[in-house]
Write a protein that binds this ligand. Structure first.
Ligand SMILES: Nc1ncnc2c1ncn2[C@@H]1O[C@H](COP(=O)(O)OP(=O)(O)OP(=O)(O)O)[C@@H](O)[C@H]1O
Length: 662
């Protein structure tokens, strides 16, 4: 008999990217409902359920001892006493088939369980850590997968010894490689999701993020893979037993039944047909089940909505301003701090430079400070470096990007040189973060209650019950109605505005001193935006937090902020008190942004735009980076480094008389 094991499907592509159709855990329920609506999958599930019952109940339902020889009854045909006849030693074929089911299922389940535990742990680890760990892990996997599974199993059995248990351990190790690839591929995709960043901002440990946040998301593709692996394992078990290195004489296997039948096919053909059919049927069931689950798990098939992250338009010529300018009046009541960072500033960013591995500076010498209880707005078009600056403050820069100069201090503590563990303690405890798209910032597979309690417990000694009470308090603080009841809901059961309130509650979990809100209302309905901004302002005043508000919307800055930093092409070009910046801007870019702000009184009036677009980071212009788009630019603006002088980065700042907000 030459049975080649079925190759395990490997959804990881050559480049190791996650399959596009890797289902999210949110799709899991849909996946199973849809799967059982497919008649073939339902039939396969029914056969499998029957096999499991047979395997468990074999000792009670088998009419005869499957191992007991009874030579008077050799080669008997099917009849009342021996339902499917007997073999060359007079053993009951029906009972042997029942016991064979038990061996096949237990051995397959054992090897797949070993493969799953080992493979998923390794896949999570290398996928999440990336870098060298990933490269080494994947090269070992490549080598192992280049050898046929059965051959590798035989080699491993030669090393660790004969016996079904050891053989299936060997098979489990081989499966681990496939499971590792699947887990790693999904982790690579999940790792980039916003909710993982959010969990990191909340200060959760890597292990907690991997096992509690990422793992549930990789369950659906693993279930599909495990189903196919069960069929493969069953075939390998039968093959090894057929070859005499699987089960010994004290157990029955369909493979060993086939082996024993070889000499007697002509006398009793059923002896070969029945175990052969059992093996074929079982492998078919597992494979069809895997196919059915895979079909059911494709996003197209589920019918559920995929949550998309809203994209900002690269190179927007005008800021997406929408708020009212008259907010300046409110801002005017606040203090106008001098631009040199005062000693008691909560956050001081000084000459912060962030570069890619290729040397492109994404942000250059960014400087600003935020006082205690103060709200600082960071504005500028898309691609100016606002988010990269926030990520650098939190120590959450994307891979391949790092701080190459300057400093970030939080109440005197330098953050850029802190170890990962120290930073983790600061994130979530002293600095909270609110993201643009609240639904993506929450893990889809856990209730909001669980996510909030996890965040609270990551930084406190509170018991589960106490953390739950605190989570309810926070939900009520951010205005989520019926908070106790809503603790049990999943993120997709919340509207955008309510989900953003939940994210804010999470960010407040440990009373941060600084809250960073990165375009917290961009993904929300216009009617909800104002409510969320009011909530942030209210919380800031109530909890005496400092707020770093990243936005495109100057109206929001006018309404909420004390001071503002205007960013252009990776630099802060003007940093001022809001009233000053709005009434008498000193940088032409600030003036241009103010002019491009819609103010609504003349509906027929064309909105001013800033000609051109923000250049990419590898192509920042020499001299003043804004000069190609600036109507005031002179030759002097086209060369040399222009420092941030008295809060303005412009050679002509003193002589220009610029127009403020209308
Ligand atoms: N991972 C990355 N690798 C290389 N360049 C990047 C990376 N992330 C961002 N950039 C570049 O860094 C610059 C600043 O981007 P950043 O996202 O900080 O801008 P932003 O002002 O926050 O824009 P938006 O308002 O669209 O979020 C842009 O030129 C962007 O293309």
């Amino acid at each position: 008999m030459t049975m080649e094991p079925v190759a395990l499907a490997d959804p990881a592509t050559a480049g190791g990217e996650a399959p596009d159709d890797a289902p999210s855990a949110r799709q899991k329920t849909g996946m199973f409902h849809r799967a059982i609506r497919q008649p073939i999958t339902l039939i396969c599930l029914a056969i499998l359920a029957l096999q499991v019952v047979v395997a468990l109940a074999a000792p009670w339902i088998a009419p005869h001892d499957p191992l007991h020889p009874n030579v008077q009854h050799r080669f008997e045909g099917p009849g009342a006493e021996f339902l499917l006849g007997t073999d060359d030693l007079g053993r009951d074929t029906f009972s042997r088939l029942l016991y064979g089911t038990r061996t096949a299922l237990i051995a397959s389940a054992q090897s797949v369980a070993i493969g799953l535990v080992l493979g998923v742990s390794l896949g999570l680890f290398v996928g999440y850590r990336g870098g060298w760990w990933d490269r080494i892990g994947m090269r070992i996997a490549d080598v192992m997968q280049s050898i046929p599974a059965l051959l590798l199993a035989l080699a491993l059995v030669a090393v660790i010894g004969n016996g079904l248990g050891k053989a299936m351990l060997a098979v489990g190790i081989i499966f681990a490689v496939s499971f590792m690839r699947v887990a790693r591929a999904v982790v690579l995709a999940e790792r980039e999701r916003l909710y993982v960043d959010a969990a990191r901002v909340l200060g959760l440990r890597s292990s907690s993020i991997m096992f509690r946040q990422v793992l549930p998301n990789i369950a659906p593709p693993l279930i599909v893979q495990a189903s196919i692996a069960l069929g493969t394992a069953l075939l390998i078990e039968a093959t090894l037993s057929f070859l005499g290195i699987g089960v010994d004489a004290t157990a029955v296997s369909w493979g060993s039944m086939l082996d024993a039948s070889r000499q007697h096919v002509s006398e009793q053909p059923l002896l070969a047909i029945l175990p052969g059919a059992a093996i074929t049927l079982s492998v078919l069931v597992f494979n069809l089940l895997g196919d059915g689950l895979r079909d059911a798990s494709s996003p197209r098939g589920v019918g559920g909505k995929k949550v998309k992250r809203p994209k900002t338009v690269e190179g927007d010529d005008a800021p997406a301003a929408g708020g009212a300018v008259n907010g300046t009046a409110k801002a005017a009541g606040r203090h106008a701090a001098p631009e040199a960072a005062p000693a008691d500033a909560l956050l001081t960013v000084k000459d912060l430079t962030v570069s890619t591995a290729t040397g492109a500076e994404l942000v250059s010498k960014v400087s600003f400070h935020i006082g205690k209880g103060e709200t600082f707005g960071l504005v500028g078009e898309s691609g100016c470096g606002k988010s990269i600056s926030a990520a650098a403050i939190l120590g959450l820069l994307p891979k391949g990007v790092g701080v190459t100069g300057g400093s970030v201090t939080l109440d005197g503590t330098e953050l850029t040189s802190l170890s990962g563990e120290r930073l983790r303690q600061i994130r979530g405890r002293r600095i909270g973060m609110v993201f643009q798209d609240p639904i993506s910032a929450l893990s889809p597979v856990h209730t909001v209650g669980r996510q909030l309690t996890d965040a609270i417990r990551a930084h406190s000694d509170l018991s589960k019950a106490q953390a739950e009470e605190r989570a309810i308090e926070l939900l009520s603080l951010v205005g989520v109605p019926a908070p106790r009841k809503r603790m049990l809901d999943y993120p997709h059961q919340f509207s955008g505005g309510m989900a953003q309130r939940v994210v804010i509650a999470g960010a407040l979990a440990c009373d941060p001193e600084l809250l960073i809100a990165d375009e917290p209302t961009t993904a929300l309905d216009v009617t909800i935006q104002a409510q969320v901004l009011d909530l942030l302002a209210g919380l800031r005043d109530r909890l005496n937090m400092s707020l770093l508000l990243i936005t495109h919307d100057l109206g929001v800055v006018a309404d909420l902020c004390d001071r503002v930093g205007v960013m252009y092409a990776g630099q802060v070009v003007e940093v001022r008190d809001v009233r000053g910046a709005f009434t008498s801007p000193k940088h032409p870019y600030t003036e241009a942004l103010l002019a491009a702000m819609p103010h609504g009184e003349d509906s027929g009036e064309t909105l001013a735009t800033i000609p051109g677009r923000v250049p990419p980071a590898w192509d920042w212009p020499k001299g003043c980076r804004f000069h190609p788009r600036c109507s005031y630019a002179v030759d002097d603006c086209k060369s040399g480094f222009i420092p941030l002088d008295d809060g303005v980065r412009c050679r002509r700042a003193v002589e220009l008389k610029l127009e403020g907000a209308r």
